[in-house]
Design a protein around this ligand. Sequence first.
Ligand code: NAD
Ligand code: ZN
Ligand code: ZN
Length: 347
Amino acid sequence: MQALTFQGVRDVRCERVPDPRLEDPGDVLVRVEVAAICGSDLHPYRGNEVGIDDGTVMGHEFTGEVLEVGAGVKEFKVGDRVVSPFTTNCGACPTCEDGLTARCEHGALFGWVENGKGLHGAQAEFVRVPMADATLVGVPDGIPSEEALLTGDILSTGYFCAHAARFEPGSTVVVLGCGPVGLMAIIGALELGARRVLAVDAVPERLELAKRFGAQAVPLANAAELVLEATHGRGADAVLEVVGSAAASRLALDLARVGGTISAVGVHTEPHFAFSPGEAYDKNLTYVAGRCSARHFAPRMLEVLAERRYPVADIFSHRMTFDDGPRGYRIFDERLEGCTKVLLTSS
Ligand SMILES: NC(=O)c1ccc[n+]([C@@H]2O[C@H](COP(=O)([O-])OP(=O)(O)OC[C@H]3O[C@@H](n4cnc5c(N)ncnc54)[C@H](O)[C@@H]3O)[C@@H](O)[C@H]2O)c1
Ligand SMILES: [Zn+2]
Ligand SMILES: [Zn+2]
């Protein structure tokens, strides 16, 4: 099959690799209809996350059709349209029972094979999904596959970020970073009752998109001043940090009110917090972070999509076939051609 494989830093290639096969009775094979490139794919691409084997099939965002089911699979049959969260989960361990499916004791991340162990990804014609009964979610008719794909990661992640902040309805919420995940966090904040969402970024096209999703656009250069002005000098009730850098963490602290919350889904690889325990203490700050359990949130997100209230497909700035995928990585990485998100198909 055709697949986008990791070959080193800033080197993703479209190659022919062996088709995946059922390996366990709980596996399902999915024919990928649409896949996408995620900001998280850029961490190994840029060399910020290391350890991934050369030849690993990249990608963890996809919607597709069930092609083959293992003997133990009960919930899905050939021909079903399915979306998958970016990690697999068993559905039965204590972590899964807590709703933290992304931290399942038996789970794996799609598109991460290290020292020969792990799970190949979904930027390919076919993908093997282990523990399929607990992992996959059926896509209802009427929801386009490219929109359903967002529930497997970024829409669920944006919602999770807002949910984890536990703000009161009527709150003023800042979304730091209007990349694809930040744009989805705007939806999360509005769905959970934010009265006002102030979306911060330095990229004008992304701020334009933020407005289309229902936020007030705030240029990064004036963020502190405009957020304080909008909140009578108090700061925001919640800051959703959807960047993953020390600078964004620092700004989040500055924008949060006393007693406020920072909810961070940006992936952080720095060794220390960007603010001191004393600064957190002085603000009576709540800080919450982590990987989204997309399997837990996806069913609710499919309901949100069915209501068709947000122009979610507008985030796909580029659509291309797997052959062109290496270019997709390059323009997404370097933010060329106004790239916000790349959708991939096999033909
Ligand atoms: N926690 C999870 O489960 C999860 C899931 C998916 C993605 N992520 C992570 O979420 C983060 C965002 O993903 P994305 O695809 O939207 O990435 P992205 O890089 O496309 O978007 C980040 C945006 O933040 C802006 N930005 C940079 N510095 C800023 C600052 N100091 N203040 C405000 N904005 C700033 C950039 O201009 C950009 O538009 C990444 O770290 C990604 O890995 C986490
Ligand atoms: Zn992703
Ligand atoms: Zn589990």
